[in-house]
Ligand binder design. Structure first.
Ligand SMILES: C[S@@+](CC[C@H](N)C(=O)[O-])C[C@H]1O[C@@H](n2cnc3c(N)ncnc32)[C@H](O)[C@@H]1O
Length: 395
């Protein structure tokens, strides 16, 4: 299918959905009772997102927020509440029927919020060619849209162009644990279902870094669907466009505190737990953003941490049998690669099979937020105990 055909069919599908109110896509996690207080019911009925990019306390008062694929306007309206009357929200969508619904509700929402004038505007346009000036946006949000765009590289490039230096994105989207095969890609219905266009997680995360963003990491994960063994899930991701020139300050060194024993950042620099690394002003700028502040210690002088130092975080698996149950861990931390204390090496976005002991380590505590866990077993697993090395320790 040509890109234009996909785009046209996706648009027709969403145009129809406006009138039918068809239930589509995934659980978002919104508090609809809270939204009902200021967002009209017809907007809530056509909420087709797969996360809450505007509802994660990422939107700050006074900011200019851009929503790519704004649909009926739900995330724009939530963002409008959070930026306050001094902020501004721009929604972009390619489908006239969605734009009409969003535009008709914008003044109602502004009135419900007690604003003298609407701070929301909806523009017609494509994610691949955003109708906004360079470097004018503080925060880009998007909810289950980029998977629908045939050329994601273009979309990521456009996002980077539109965001101001020092700005960021928080987007929710559907990705897969492996490449989607051709027979699903060439299925019009499944494009509209946010499945056919899903990229493997490593390609999606890598694409954002290739476009220029850094510190790309997961904020939230929800399973969506399994088709022919392919796991589709929603990720809410944040990443940063750094300032061109970093403000000079005292930060010269970074010491990894854990829980990883070793990490490699998106620029190729390696960090080992407890050992100080000299960092550039640009890297220091990045390491001051969430969630790095929980992972590294920044300082003007090199700080080595002894293994007994209370600031170090190290998690070893329990002394228990190793049982393989079909679990796979997908790293979604702001690192290209990371290693745990059991010598598993995780590459961002790439599933790695793990046993029950490692699952317990990764599933909770300081590791939890950095991984997506899926289970590829389709039948009950025997659960035989295994030992993966001659010494009897874990794999
Ligand atoms: C799954 S809906 C999500 C709508 C909205 N973000 C929400 O959470 O309800 C996808 C929306 O993105 C729009 N869309 C899809 N591909 C697009 C593209 N390439 N450029 C602009 N809009 C697009 C569709 O018209 C539709 O309104």
């Amino acid at each position: 299918m040509a890109d234009e055909t996909i785009t046209q069919q996706v648009s027709e599908r969403y145009a129809r959905a406006v009138t039918t109110g068809e239930q589509m896509c995934c659980p978002t996690g919104y508090n609809f009772d809270d939204l009902r207080a200021f967002v009209p019911e017809e907007v809530l009925r056509v909420s087709y997102g797969c996360g809450t990019p505007a509802g994660l306390a990422t939107v700050q008062p006074g900011e200019t927020v851009l929503d790519i694929g704004s649909g009926g306007g739900i995330d724009c309206f939530e963002a409008a509440r959070r930026v306050g009357p001094s902020g501004r929200v721009i929604g972009i969508d390619m489908t006239d029927e969605m734009l009409a619904m969003a535009r008709r509700n914008a003044p109602i929402v502004a009135k419900n919020l007690g604003y003298a004038a609407p701070n929301i505007e909806f523009r017609k346009g494509h994610a691949e060619n955003l109708p906004v000036e360079d470097g004018t946006i503080d925060l880009i949000i998007s909810n289950c849209v980029i998977n629908l765009a045939p050329d994601k590289t273009k979309v990521f490039r456009e996002m980077f162009r539109a965001i101001r230096p020092g700005g960021r994105f928080t987007i929710s989207d559907i990705v897969a644990d492996q490449p989607v095969p051709q027979y699903l890609i060439h299925d019009t219905q499944k494009w509209g279902d946010c499945l056919s266009g899903a990229l493997p997680a490593w390609e999606y995360l890598g694409g954002l870094v290739q476009a220029g963003f850094l510190g790309v990491h997961q904020m939230k994960f929800s399973p969506w669907s399994v088709i022919d063994g392919i796991h589709f899930f929603s990720l809410t991701l944040t990443g940063y466009k750094l300032l061109d020139a970093a403000e000079p300050d005292e930060t010269r060194f970074a010491t990894l505190v854990g829980p990883f024993s070793r990490t490699v950042d998106e620029l190729g620099q390696t960090y080992r737990r407890g050992k100080p690394e000299a960092v550039s002003a640009r890297t220091a700028q990045l390491l001051k953003t969430p969630p790095f502040e929980r992972l590294v210690l920044l300082s003007g002088q090199p700080i080595s941490l002894a293994t007994t130092d209370q600031r170090l975080i190290s998690i070893l698996p329990a002394e228990a049998p190793c049982v393989w149950k079909g679990h796979y861990a997908i790293l979604a931390a702001p690192f290209a690669e990371a290693e745990d204390d059991d010598h598993h090496v995780y590459r961002r976005g790439v599933p790695l099979e793990i046993c029950s002991k490692t699952l317990d380590v990764l599933d909770s505590g300081p590791y939890g937020r950095h991984f997506t866990i899926i289970n590829r077993a389709t039948e009950a697993v025997a659960g035989d105990e295994a030992s993966c090395d001659p010494g009897g320790s874990c794999c």
